[in-house]
Design a protein around this ligand. Structure first.
Ligand SMILES: N[C@@H](CCC(=O)N[C@@H](CS)C(=O)NCC(=O)O)C(=O)O
Length: 249
């Protein structure tokens, strides 16, 4: 049995949802409620599955795999029929340079931007309740994030620096897409899967950083991604962060 514990189709949770959907692999979806006073990622039952208290988590015949980028490489190894890794070692290396960049450079910046939007919600949570939640968060990063947004919020400098990093990412993607049709290589790969999962929502929330004028190739790549049946299927999982449907004329 293949089970995926995930949040809505956005960011790290979107990565394996998208890889599995692209490959047409069936799985049991176990969607957690991360906020809304349930904080299921820090509940005793879930911490037994992933002691880091984070989704996504893939459970394959009882074997637990964590970390979205590792999960996607595992999915590729176990279900290779629709390949999402280039065959050529050079393009495969380029794919991994992109997935590493997304994880180490872009993801922390998007965490600040996303958490900043959660500040009004987090500041309404009762102090004692928040302290209880903080005491259950195993990793320093998420604990500091929730401690920050529930008290002072991120500083203007932190948010500006995160936006600068998003701009650097878009410029890098624009240059890469001038070389070949897909983000890291001439063929569609896990680089597209992982980068799209992180970037797609930013077009809506930070339109000045990503639009048809400043980044036409990235803009076009996003539209091509949206047309893929795998993306449509991944986006069909419930989520409030999904873009609103187009308005009727
Ligand atoms: N490095 C982890 C990061 C996973 C992560 O940040 N997951 C988010 C949801 S997309 C989460 O579980 N957040 C818990 C929280 O913010 O409290 C990965 O790539 O899987």
């Amino acid at each position: 049995m293949l089970e995926l514990y995930h949040f809505e189709p956005a960011a790290n949770s979107m990565k394996p949802l998208l890889a599995l959907s692209e490959k047409g692999v069936d799985f049991v979806s176990r969607q957690l409620n991360l906020e809304g006073r349930r904080w299921e990622q820090y509940s005793d039952w879930f911490l037994k599955i992933n002691p880091d208290g984070q989704v996504p988590v893939l459970v394959h015949d009882g074997k637990v795999i964590t970390e979205s980028t590792v999960i996607n490489e595992y999915i590729e190894d176990v279900f290779p029929t629709v390949p999402l890794r280039p065959a050529d070692p050079y393009w495969r290396a380029r794919m991994r340079i992109w997935t590493k960049f997304v994880d180490e450079y872009l993801c922390p910046a998007l965490t600040v931007i996303g958490a900043n939007f959660a500040t009004p919600f987090a500041q309404k949570i009762d102090k004692a309740e928040m302290n209880e939640i903080l005491s259950r968060i195993p990793l320093d990063g998420p604990r500091k994030k929730w401690a920050t947004v529930s008290s002072t919020g991120y500083s203007e400098e932190d948010v500006a620096d995160a936006r600068r990093k998003l701009k650097v990412t878009v410029e890098r993607a624009e240059a890469s897409l001038a070389e070949h049709e897909w983000l890291a290589a001439p063929t569609f790969s896990l680089a597209d899967v992982n980068a799209y999962s992180m970037i797609s929502g930013t077009e809506r929330v930070l339109p000045d950083a990503l639009n048809a004028e400043v980044s036409p190739r990235v803009h076009d790549w996003l539209r091509r991604m949206e047309e893929r049946p795998g993306v449509k299927k991944a986006m069909s999982y419930p989520g409030r962060m999904r873009p609103p449907p187009p308005q009727a004329a």
